[in-house]
Design a protein around this ligand. Structure first.
Ligand code: ADE
Ligand code: ZN
Length: 324
């Protein structure tokens, strides 16, 4: 099965570029930028990656990205991921980035996006991996800061496929960003947002995302299975879910494989993705292997998962068809 999965052409739709920052590159960038790290070695750093909740993960995630300072840093980060993606036969990736995690510590927006964009162009020509960017707002910051970030992104609109919402969900419902999302839609951005696994009120957040915001997709969203009326809405609107099995195990009590199975059986367009692979130890290949192992997925079912991913990708029809 491993070889079958390796051979499948894949689309990755839920991947935080800052979550691909491997310890080795973190040390390299720290040295380049003259920064001290609180770990003596790569091994020691990896050993400190212990989290059992979304907030405990986020603390280490934000701490780690302080080494990203310059345009070449963001280029190297994205190029490292896209090289790994090409090795795993990922043909297309939609990549989240968190501009506020950088602008809030003094790194200009244009430094971030120019570095990422240059890597995407090089990966297309050199590696044969197509990729697009999705700009995420940090939901634990004020909506006004998200709006300012949205406005700052407008000169780069052609480089950004859509907007997302991530970070700590507790007390930060989709509704908080309704005005920002309305403006993003008017500007032509497609819309997605995280409704993370087993967070407080996450089912209500899924409801708001669908009914009040009118998202085009939901990131995670597996808790929708708790409300069959909402599952109906997901089916009716053809919304895809970008699930991340290994990540689920790090922020909740397990991979949620059985819930994912139920959603697949109900006909929901489920996809398998890697979220923050440098921290959760698993890129898309390992996530597919983990889910296959838990559910005994057949080759046809694995192929269906990748078909779903290309189907819900934010690409024009003729480009999807070229992958399918
Ligand atoms: N930011 C990066 N990874 C995230 C995740 N898994 N959930 C919420 N915010 C994130
Ligand atoms: Zn995520």
């Amino acid at each position: 099965m491993r070889d079958f999965i390796a051979g499948l052409p894949k689309a990755e739709l839920h991947l935080h570029i800052e979550g691909t920052l491997e310890p080795e590159l973190k040390f390299e960038l720290a040295a380049r930028n003259g920064l001290e790290l609180p770990y003596a070695s790569v091994e020691q750093m990896r050993a400190a990656y212990t989290f059992d909740s979304l907030p405990s993960f986020l603390e280490i995630y934000y701490e780690g990205m302080r080494v990203l300072r310059t345009e070449p840093d963001f280029y190297d980060l994205a190029m490292a991921y896209l090289t790994k993606a090409a090795e795993q036969n990922v043909r297309y990736a939609e990549i989240f980035f968190d501009p506020q995690a950088h602008t809030s510590r003094g790194v200009p927006f244009d430094v971030v996006i120019r570095g990422l964009r240059r890597a995407l162009l090089d990966a297309d020509t050199r590696l044969g991996v197509r990729a697009q960017l999705i700009m995420c707002f940090l939901r634990d910051f004020q909506a006004e800061y998200a709006m300012a970030t949205l406005l700052e992104s407008l000169p780069y609109k052609e480089w950004i496929a859509g907007v997302g919402l991530d970070s700590d969900e507790k007390g930060n419902p989709p509704r908080k960003f309704a005005v920002v999302y309305e403006r993003a839609r008017q500007e032509g951005y497609l819309l997605t947002m995280h409704c993370d696994i087993d967070q407080d009120d996450t089912v209500e957040h899924i409801r708001q995302a669908i009914e009040e915001i009118g998202v085009d997709r939901i990131d995670h969203g597996v808790n929708v299975i708790a409300d069959l009326r909402l599952v109906e809405a997901v089916l009716e609107r053809g919304l895809g879910l970008t699930c991340c099995p290994i990540s689920n195990g790090h922020v909740s009590d397990g991979m949620k494989a059985e819930d994912i199975r139920k959603l697949m059986d109900l006909g929901v367009r489920v996809t398998v993705n890697s979220d923050d692979p440098a921290y959760f130890s698993g890129y898309v290949q390992e996530n597919l292997e983990a889910l296959q192992g838990a559910l005994r997925l057949t080759r046809d079912e694995l192929a269906d998962l990748e078909r779903n991913a290309f189907e819900i990708a934010w690409l024009p029809r003729h480009l999807k068809d070229a992958y399918l």
